[in-house]
Design a protein around this ligand. Structure first.
Ligand SMILES: [Zn+2]
Length: 395
């Protein structure tokens, strides 16, 4: 307590310092512009000139403040501190930044970024409209899905490429993944190819960058390819190339195993029921038409739109598709198929193990594609809460 009293001046005369305009009332008629030390301060410390601290924005460094305080206590001056908001902020307020959109001037609660336009009540859908919708979506799927010939050509390109690469890297296996193989790809979509080595399922002891560079080198000499270049600085190193004859572009990456498994999962869903494929194409086309389908410009990716379709079809009553990752005997431990730390197991049909046998809701939903489309729009605009819900196809 004693020390505190001494520090704060105790009962001694009060010093008032106005930081806004550091005025010095000198009782001994010293020049006002200089804080005189009256010879008390050591000679090697020059007296602090007042101009140094009377800037338009009054800022005093800790060192200056210490010096000032030393001078004040030893002199007869009275310095007036004014603890007023204006003095410290120069009249400026801290900006209000929205936590949601990061823009200035409003807080998160008042943010209008996520505000939806008022919904228009849809007219009651009669069968005539629903049938028309169904016909449109059936046609749309036919128009956009790759033909059998195109799928065969793609497979041939990949197997030719595999045979060529095998000459230099034994045990190489190439597999298509992504939209070109997940059952929801448009015609002429890029070829995403994953390279693995036989007998090394996890890609142990593989120098990705070195192999990618060597692959690019070899592909440059492959007659069917042009525009070959390696991108080794990305998180997933790839070789980019074009297939001359087919005018298709491709990316070759190593051990993209999780993406490969995701592709299989989506393809399995697409094959369960034709309506899944139809709604997937409809959704992707709808996003394109509305200009909300470009992930590089901040929209959802087409993969995300497919997940939205699958999620809707899983939760609609009765469901059109099951949750394949939940389709196991729950009296036993959950089956595991671990990839990169994720359990990527899902139910797959096999001889004597059909979906109809293992899923109680199989075939129960008889809605048309048109009906499902309207229900899906209704679900995501009226039921689904963007702030509180997540789209998942796992549970
Ligand atoms: Zn905002």
């Amino acid at each position: 307590m004693m020390e505190e009293d001494e520090d704060t001046g105790g009962n001694n005369s009060t010093y008032e310092i106005d930081l806004g305009n550091l005025t010095v009332e000198d009782t001994e008629d010293e020049p006002v512009s200089t804080i005189s030390t009256n010879g008390v301060a050591p000679q090697d410390e020059p007296p602090l000139i007042l101009e140094e601290v009377t800037s338009p924005v009054p800022l005093v460094t800790p060192t200056q403040a210490t010096k000032l305080m030393a001078q004040v206590q030893d002199s007869h001056m009275a310095i007036n501190f004014k603890f007023e908001e204006k003095v410290f902020t120069n009249g400026q307020k801290p900006p209000l930044i929205c936590g949601s959109c990061q823009k200035e001037g409003h807080c998160k609660a008042d943010c209008r970024e996520d505000e939806l336009p008022p919904l228009v009540r849809l007219p009651p859908m009669n069968n005539h409209f629903l049938n028309q919708l169904t016909a449109i979506f059936e046609q749309l799927t036919k128009d956009f899905e790759p033909s059998v010939e195109e799928i065969e050509e793609r497979d041939r390109i990949v197997s030719d490429l595999e045979a060529y690469i095998k000459q230099f890297f034994s045990g190489v296996q190439l597999k298509l993944f992504g939209s070109s193989a997940n059952g929801f790809g448009f015609q002429r979509s890029d070829l995403d190819i994953c390279l693995t080595f036989k007998g090394n399922p996890e890609g142990k002891d593989i120098d990705h960058i070195q192999i990618i560079e060597a692959l690019a080198d070899k592909l440059k000499r492959y007659r069917q390819c042009n525009h070959v270049f390696a991108i080794t600085t990305a998180k997933v190193p790839i070789v980019k190339f074009a297939i001359r004859r087919a005018c298709l572009e491709g990316d070759l990456s190593l051990y993209n195993t999780l993406a490969l498994q995701n592709t299989k999962l989506l393809a399995t869903y697409a094959n369960i029921d034709h309506r899944v494929k139809c709604l997937g194409y409809a959704m992707k086309y709808f996003a394109k038409l509305c200009d909300i389908g470009d992930a590089s410009r901040g929209s959802l990716s087409s993969y995300a739109y497919i997940l939205m379709v699958l999620h809707f079809l899983q939760q609609v009553k009765p469901p059109v598709i099951p949750v394949l990752q939940e389709l196991y005997d729950h009296s036993k431990a959950a089956p595991e198929y671990m990839i990169d730390g994720w359990n990527a197991w899902f139910f797959r049909e096999a001889k004597g193990k059909t979906l109809a046998q293992h899923w109680k809701d199989y075939g129960k939903n008889r809605d048309s594609v048109g009906q499902l489309w309207v229900s899906m729009l209704r679900y995501y605009t009226e039921t689904f809460n963007c702030r509180g819900h997540v789209v998942t196809i796992r549970q």
